[in-house]
Design a binder for this molecule. Structure first.
Ligand code: TTP
Ligand code: MG
Length: 349
């Protein structure tokens, strides 16, 4: 169980690093990729120089420009990042067949034969030699600890955490570092006096299990460095969507369009985080008699732009959804998903 065999790799400031590689004049400077400084759009990522000013992913570009007035704003060049992502995934495949891609720049690898620490070093070097980009790498005995490791010395980090190291390191960590502890759970735990992993481990386990059930069990396991989740090869989802049952049934197109606008933004955010694009966009409507209709469009070119999603969705709503009765539910779904590291495209490298 404590054998070091899992590697987690995550590229550093991925989109910004690609731009700095391709434009030497931007190296060492605060670079923000995504949107523009006039306040349109959101930050996809920021170089480490810009992060010192507090700029981070998903922040509005307007806010980023306020925090870092000298920032260089660059548009997202998805095709370029996808090409790099494919190169990186191609490198992974030279070393192991057990790969779980997590996003455009991140993956778990399991090493069955050989020394995972040596192999991880080789992969990191190989990535740098073939792309000129740095990855932060963690090696450990399970996925959870390997990810903690890769995050520890970013950027350009290389961290190995053994089982004994984990027993020493984990108790000192803030509880937020544990998988599944988001803002909401962190608050709940803080409210009962739990701020660190040690606090949780020392808390009355019976109380936690009684009140939180399975969630507490999982949390206690992770806090002790236990994670049995396997590195899974085929984790690709086939579609993503959002839907809402309306507070009041409606036939008002503006109200329905507004939902589609929100859904487009939310889905596009989730797609761009994973570097996924879609070709099919589907609107779902449930009328107040519970009859459901779905109408979709397939595009020639894959996209993850919120504007394109919204344009297609509202076009479908306007022209292909008869408003014969009040609507009680509206949804938007994207499918025909294209993954950034899609192996069929390797021959184009
Ligand atoms: P991350 O790995 O989360 O971030 P990063 O590589 O830029 O920085 P680091 O790992 O060093 O902390 O995401 C990878 C890429 O995914 C990122 O370069 C841009 C894109 N992305 C978005 O477009 N929107 C987002 O909200 C996030 C988090 C990432
Ligand atoms: Mg990254």
């Amino acid at each position: 169980m404590s054998e070091l065999k899992v590697i987690h790799l995550d590229m550093d400031a991925f989109y910004a690093a690609v731009e700095q590689r391709d434009h030497p004049q931007y190296r060492g400077k605060p670079v923000v990729v995504g949107g523009d400084p006039k306040g349109r759009g959101v930050v996809s990522t920021a170089s480490y120089e810009a992060r010192k000013f507090g700029v981070h992913s998903a922040m509005s570009c307007k806010r980023a420009a306020e925090l870092c007035p000298g920032a260089i704003f660059l548009p997202v060049d998805m095709d370029k990042y996808k090409k790099e992502s494919r190169k990186i995934h191609y490198i992974f495949r030279k070393y192991t067949s057990i790969i779980e891609p997590i996003s455009i720049d991140e993956a778990f690898l399991e090493i069955e034969d050989g020394n995972a620490v040596d192999i991880a070093k080789k992969i990191k070097e190989d990535i740098y030699n073939s792309t000129g980009l740095t990855a932060s790498v963690g090696v450990s005995y399970n996925k959870f600890v390997a990810k903690l490791a890769s995050d520890m010395k970013k950027p350009d980090g290389f961290t190995v955490i053994t089982y004994d190291d984990a027993q020493r390191i984990l108790p000192e960590l803030p509880i937020r570092k544990i998988w599944g502890v988001g803002e909401k759970t962190e608050k709940e735990l803080n409210n009962i006096g739990i701020f660190t992993v040690k606090d949780l481990l020392q808390y009355d386990h019976e109380f936690l299990l009684k009140n939180w059930g399975r969630r507490a069990h999982e949390l206690l396991q992770l806090c002790q460095g236990i994670d049995y989740s396997p590195v899974q090869i085929d984790q690709e989802i086939k579609s993503m969507g959002e839907e809402t049952t309306l507070k009041e049934d409606t036939m008002d197109l503006d109200v329905l369009r507004n939902y589609l606008k929100d859904f487009s933004l939310a889905i596009s955010g989730r797609m761009s985080q994973k570097g996924i694009e879609c070709r099919t966009i589907t609107v779902k409507i449930k009328y107040n008699d519970f009859k459901i209709i779905t109408r979709g469009t397939t595009l020639n070119r894959a996209t993850n732009s919120p504007y394109t999603l919204y344009e297609c969705a509202s076009e479908i709503l306007d022209s292909r959804v008869p408003l014969v009765r009040p609507v009680r539910l509206i949804g938007l779904q994207v499918s025909n998903l294209i993954y950034p590291y899609d192996p069929v495209q390797i021959s184009f490298l």
